[in-house]
Design a protein around this ligand. Structure first.
Ligand code: EPZ
Length: 421
């Protein structure tokens, strides 16, 4: 097993180029199941989760030619509609093949994704919506057996909760359905917006893009003609590097990013006393005279993203004063807290609310264990400002969503080494 050795008391400077967004690339790759020909995708992030989904699409019969950040994929040769447990258990976002497979073929078997470190993460809203579109859903031996022998039918779907992959699954299901689908209370994340835009460019009649109400006129199982596109920048990767700069009170610039995707996050940096300068494709963060505490409640886009919660907790440790973070989306997304406390942080949990009493310059490095993708990045940020060396173990969590992490950190002056146990 590999781990990261992180030296203490670091300052950062320079530029980081963010990769394409993992959480955009995953639904976009799944959507190629709806394509009548080869799809040409650029700015693909080179991370484990993308390779896992490509392995699944290949197992189903897809063919592709992949370079590091570019792929040409053709799914017309798919001859299997079963997504097996061994793949789905390693990446729950594999559930994103359910909607397109069912809509195109009228049947599929997808393993129920287990929960994960951050919560039980059910898919009941995905399944309820597909049933409303005429699908017959049976759960058997841990698999979702879905059939729609006459194809899916358009319907009015009201999501009881905003669900990102639930919205994406139903958008893709509705694309080939017979009739019009209205999705009410749809997610509005930039990754959902890009999926809608790519499908619109492929000829789908879809309106309300970027709002919580989408109208989709299904093609009655006629495949779409995708145009070439690039995956949007990863706003969470960008936010993670900005948090590293904030915690170390350094100036860095993020390039190839879309600042408008981070409005709620940038506002919180400014609340804490940091300067933010943006252009069309860059964000520069400037040191604070004094790092002030912050209050954060995670919510759906465009509110403060849950995927930035752990990283901001690491920054809050460096503030003069007490911060409050309320995690509203996932029931167990404080796995990083116990590890941060082991490093000397003063954090008190009460249900979904974490109270962080700032202890600037008081963290001590030690051996810590990553538990999920974003918690791992919070441990790296805390390690950068600790007074002694930290070793972050189980970094396979990081490799799922952060491309060339120690190289990118190295480019801004961080001393992070990947070692083997
Ligand atoms: C997506 O997960 C992201 N993953 C997550 O990023 C992100 O944290 C999450 O959205 C919230 O923004 C991808 O896009 C691949 P949800 P998703 O369905 O779609 C409940 C990362 O770090 N819910 O929006 O699985 C659910 O339990 C990952 O990159 C149901 O109850 O999240 C949660 O409380 C982690 N029933 C809330 O809704 C359902 O059927 C939001 O979940 C579906 C969801």
């Amino acid at each position: 097993m590999q781990y990261l050795e992180i030296k203490p008391n670091q300052k950062l400077s320079g530029e980081v180029r963010v990769s394409g967004a993992k959480n955009a690339a995953l639904p976009l790759l799944a959507s190629t199941i709806l394509s009548s020909s080869t799809v040409n995708i650029g700015n693909l992030p080179n991370v484990v989760d993308i390779n896992t989904l490509l392995k699944l699409l290949e197992m189903l019969g897809s063919k592709f030619e992949k370079k590091t950040h570019h792929i040409e994929i053709n799914t017309t040769s798919i001859n299997e509609t079963k997504a097996t447990y061994d793949i789905v258990k390693t990446m729950r976002a594999s559930i994103l093949v359910l909607g397109p497979l069912l809509s195109r073929f009228g049947h599929c078997e997808v393993s129920l994704p287990g929960g994960c470190a951050i919560g039980q993460r059910p898919v009941d809203l995905h399944l309820k919506a597909l049933e409303q579109m005429g699908a017959n859903i049976e759960i058997k031996n841990g698999y979702i057996l879905a059939t729609a022998p006459n194809g899916l039918q358009g319907a009015t779907i009201v999501f009881d909760k905003v669900t990102v992959t639930g919205s994406e699954n139903i958008i893709m299901a509705a694309a080939l359905a017979h009739g019009e689908t209205t999705i009410i209370n749809a997610a509005k994340e930039p990754e959902v917006v890009q999926l809608c835009e790519v499908l619109k460019d492929a000829g789908l009649d879809i309106s309300g893009i970027g709002t919580d109400t989408l109208k989709i006129v299904g093609t009655r199982q006629k495949l779409l003609e995708f145009k070439k596109f690039d995956v949007i920048p990863d706003r969470i990767e960008a936010g993670t590097y900005l948090c590293a700069a904030a915690a170390t009170n350094s100036e860095i610039t993020i390039t190839h990013v879309n600042p408008s995707h981070l409005d709620s996050v940038l506002a919180k940096f400014e609340e804490m006393g940091f300067g933010i300068k943006s252009t069309e494709s860059t964000i520069t963060i400037l040191p604070a005279q004094e790092i002030k505490p912050v209050n954060i409640t995670t919510t759906e886009y465009p509110g403060f993203p849950t995927d930035m919660q752990a990283q901001f907790m690491a920054v809050a440790i460096c503030a003069n004063g007490t911060s409050i973070i309320d995690e509203k989306l996932f029931e167990n997304r404080f796995m990083h807290v116990s590890e941060l406390i082991r490093m000397g942080a003063n954090i008190h949990l009460n249900g979904t609310v974490a109270t962080i009493t700032g202890t600037p310059n008081k963290l001590t490095g030690t051996d810590v264990m990553a538990t999920d993708l974003r918690a791992s990045s919070a441990l790296i940020i805390a390690a950068l400002v600790s007074n002694s060396t930290t070793n972050v173990h189980r970094i396979y969590h990081l490799d799922r969503g952060y491309e060339k992490l120690e190289e990118k950190f190295g480019n801004i002056g961080a001393n992070i080494l990947r070692k083997s146990e």
